[in-house]
Design a protein around this ligand. Structure first.
Ligand code: GCU
Length: 416
């Protein structure tokens, strides 16, 4: 039984998430006009040999921190296989990923659905907010026992998942649709890698792999970096599984996990397609545009996501040597898709489009076309060649409409 006071409080918060917040700019005339940092690349060779690495290092230094390299080899254990999952549509596997040399990390449970009857399909790789049991509607998926962010609507009680949380993310993961389109899906709970709160690093991956004591963790890398690391470990496993085409992996994420997907795709070129769903500030949205969430707001609310340096650009984005068109460009020449939602003003849909638009010159060096259009397209009008973009009707979310575009995009580029 939910107490009325608490319920009202919760409803007020939910409403706040959708309505313009005071002091936040939603006026296009006031977004500012600081010029974007120059991509400074004149040939594809120069981009690949030097500029790409320089820009990646700038993102490490100023935004997400540096992913540690020497944490020891990950270990993969297939803990269960069900050949007739989802009524026979797919084979479902669970894989426990751990770091034997860093036993303090509890590891992550990867859930994989592989469409039956498709030989070595390409695979979408993404983290979830609610755990595997929330992604799938199958009742035999183990309930996550890890820490979860408070969410009454999604039936999280005392920071733990309950039976009622089963399937609560299934609309964001339309498994049947993806599997029937001939793609596999590999997913894990982001909190397996690090719980999403300011002290989460202590019980997560970052403390477990810290070189010289937990004190340096914050200055080294942020939670987005840790989550992105987890995506790369899923990719490691998928390379070893003959039932998957490890050469065709698409990394996908929504919101803070869309920021994560972009950072994973920037660092790990095994992700042949990169997808950002409503990633907003700290993701696809240009930081120099003062519209919706800003660097000041995000680094105050979620300091643990980033390297501390990023907060120094609060109110002073122009001083930052990067902007997010450069993050998009780090995917080049691989296909990348940026999706916005028309009512998701907080994430600045136009700023998300513009980062794609301004990454175009790097794709052009490779003889590839980016978003193709000059202006943000009308709502529900997907555009783009190697940089896909759409602005869907509706709110901050992942819907079948979004997935339809991603499946079409991946098929087009992979000839499936
Ligand atoms: C908050 C945050 C966003 C983030 C979002 C989410 O709204 O301000 O930056 O993308 O949460 O991850 O759901």
């Amino acid at each position: 039984m939910i107490r009325p006071g608490l319920f009202l409080l919760f409803t007020a918060f939910a409403a706040l998430a959708q309505t313009p917040r005071p002091g936040v700019n939603y006026d296009e005339a006031k977004v500012g006009n600081d010029p974007l940092p120059d991509l400074k690349a004149t040939t594809a060779e120069e981009w690949t040999k030097s500029r790409r690495g320089e820009i990646l290092a700038l993102f490490e230094q100023h935004v997400y921190g540096k992913t540690p390299a020497n944490v020891g080899a990950p270990k993969f254990e297939v803990t269960a296989t069900k050949p007739d999952a989802l009524g026979g549509l797919a084979t479902r596997k669970f894989v426990h990923v751990s770091l034997p040399e860093r036993p303090a990390w509890q590891g992550m449970e990867v859930m994989i659905y592989i469409p039956n009857g498709v030989k070595a399909p390409p695979c979408f790789v993404g983290l979830s907010f609610g755990g595997n049991h929330a992604v799938s509607v199958e009742k035999d998926v183990p309930l996550s026992t890890r820490w979860m962010r408070p969410n009454k609507e999604k039936h999280i009680v005392d920071n733990k998942a309950t039976e009622a949380t089963r399937g609560t993310e299934s609309s964001r993961w339309p498994l049947e649709m993806i599997l029937k389109a001939g793609f596999a899906v590999a997913t894990a709970y982001y909190g397996d890698i690090e719980p999403d709160h300011a002290d989460g690093w202590k019980s997560g991956l970052r403390a477990a792999v810290s070189k010289d004591g937990a004190n340096t963790v914050w200055s080294e890398w942020g939670a987005i970096g840790a989550w992105a690391w987890g995506l790369s470990r899923i990719a490691d496993y998928l390379q070893t599984d003959a039932q998957i085409d490890g050469k065709h992996l698409a990394v996908i994420g929504h919101s803070r996990l869309g920021k994560t997907s972009l950072w994973a795709g920037a660092q790990d070129e095994r992700f042949g397609v990169v997808i950002s769903n409503n990633s907003g500030e700290g993701g696809a949205a240009l930081m120099r545009r003062d519209f919706g969430e800003t660097t000041a707001i995000i680094t105050k609310a979620f300091p643990h996501w980033f390297t501390p340096k990023y907060a120094s650009y609060a109110g002073n984005a122009a001083a930052c040597p990067i902007d997010m068109h450069m993050l998009i460009a780090l995917a080049a020449p691989r296909p990348i898709y940026i999706a916005s939602a028309a009512e998701d003003h907080w994430a600045d849909p136009k700023g998300e489009f513009l980062s794609g638009f301004h990454a175009g010159p790097v794709y052009a060096l490779f003889g590839k076309k980016g978003v193709v259009v000059e202006e943000q397209p009308a709502i529900d009008t997907p555009v783009g060649n190697f940089i896909g973009y759409h602005n869907r009707t509706g709110k901050h979310d992942v819907t079948d409409y979004d997935w339809t575009q991603y499946l079409t995009f991946a098929r087009r580029h992979w000839g499936r």
